[in-house]
Design a protein around this ligand. Sequence first.
Ligand code: TRP
Ligand code: SF4
Length: 400
Amino acid sequence: MAIERVLSGMRPTGNLHLGHYNGVLKNWIKLQHEHECLFFVADWHALTTHYDTPEIIEESVWEMVIDWLAAGVDPANATIFIQSRVPEHAELFTLLSMITPLSWLERVPTYKDQQEKLASKDLSTYGFLGYPLLQSADILIYKATQVPVGEDQIPHIEFTREIARRFNHIYGKEAGFEEKAIAAIRKLGSKRAAVYEEMRNAYQQSGDEEALESARALIEEQQGMSMGDKERLLGYLEGGGKMILLEPEYKLMPASKMMGLDGQKMSKSYNNTISLRENTDTVAKKIKTMPTDPARIRRTDPGDPAKCPVWQLHEVYSDDNVKDWVQIGCKSATIGCIECKQPVIDAVLKELKPIQERAAQYAEDPTLVKNIVAEGCEKARKLARETMRDVRDAMGLNYG
Ligand code: TRP
Ligand code: SF4
C-alpha cells in the first residue's frame, strides 16, 4: 500500500465546541493511529477574514491547540504546528502565485459565497482572493496524499490538484526526461513495462482514469526503484514531466451530525454551541433551556421528536433503549421535556469530563504546550524545506 501522509488545518477563530469534536477532532484522532498525520493552526488563513481582530486569533491559537490535545490529538502520533511558524508556506504561496491564473481563483465558489455571507466585512482583498492558493501551499509543501476536509472545502482541494498539475507541467521537465523515463520503464521488467505502456496509452488516448489509477498503483508497488525513477514514471504517464508536487486526494469527513441547541447546525455564528470548556452548570442550563417541539405546550400535550432539537442530541448521544424511551414517551406524553433532556445532559457531561480534565492540565502548563508546538514546527519545517529545495531548483532560483 502506498504510504499516506494526512494533513489538515483549522483556523483559530474562537472556542472549539462539540460540533468540532464530533465532526473533525474524532476523525483526526482516528487517523493519527492509521497514518502519518500533520495538523496545523491556520493562523494566516484566519487573518484573511479576521484581519481587523488579530487579538481573537492570538488568543485562540493556544486555546485551540489545548483543545486538540485535550480531545486526544497525540503529539506522539501527529505533528502539531502553527502555519506562520513555517514561513516556507509563504514562500511557496508566492512562487505558486506566479503561475496561478486569476480566473482560477475568482471561480472558486467560496470566494463569492463568503463575501456575500460576511457582507459586513470588506473581503475584496488580495489575501482573501488568495485563500485557496495559500491552502494549496499548505498542502503541497508536505506532499500530503490525503486531506480530510468538510464538503465546503472540496473545491479548494480540487484547485490544489490543478495547481500541482500546472506546476509539474511547466517545471517538471528535466534534461533528458524522455530518455530517463523510458529507461525507467525498462527497469519495470518486460511484463510490467507492457502493462504500464498499455495503461499510459489508455489514459493519454481516451482519458481512461481507471487505467491511470492502476498504472499509479503499479508504480507505487514497484520495489527497489529509486524515488526519482518513480516520479519520472508518474510524470510520463500523464504526459507531463517529473512530478515535483504531488496531487492530493481529499478525504471527505462525514458531515457532523451535531446539531446546535436550536436545531440548526452547531456553529459559533448561530450562538448555539456547547464549547469544550463549558462549565458543568452552563451545560445543564443550556440544555434545560433548549426549545422543544412547540406542540408540547403543556406536559400533557404529546409531541414529535422529529420536530425537536433535543432529539438531534439523542441521536448523537443515546443508545437504542433511551431513544425508544424518548420516542414512545414523547409521542404519548408520558415523559416531560425536562425528564427527556436529562440523559443528554448526563452524556454531554460525561463526554466533556475527561476532555476538560486534560485541558486543565495543559492550561496549567503552557511551557509543555509551547514545547509540543515548537517540536511540531521543527518537524514540519524539515519537510517543508525539502520540498522548497526542489521547487526553487525547478523555478531557477538556486543560484550557485
Ligand atoms: N480552509 C480550511 C478551513 O476553513 C482550513 C485550512 C487551511 C486547511 N489550510 C488547510 C484545511 C490545508 C486542510 C488543508 O477549514
Ligand atoms: Fe423534545 Fe423530548 Fe420534549 Fe419530545 S419529550 S419534545 S423529544 S424534549
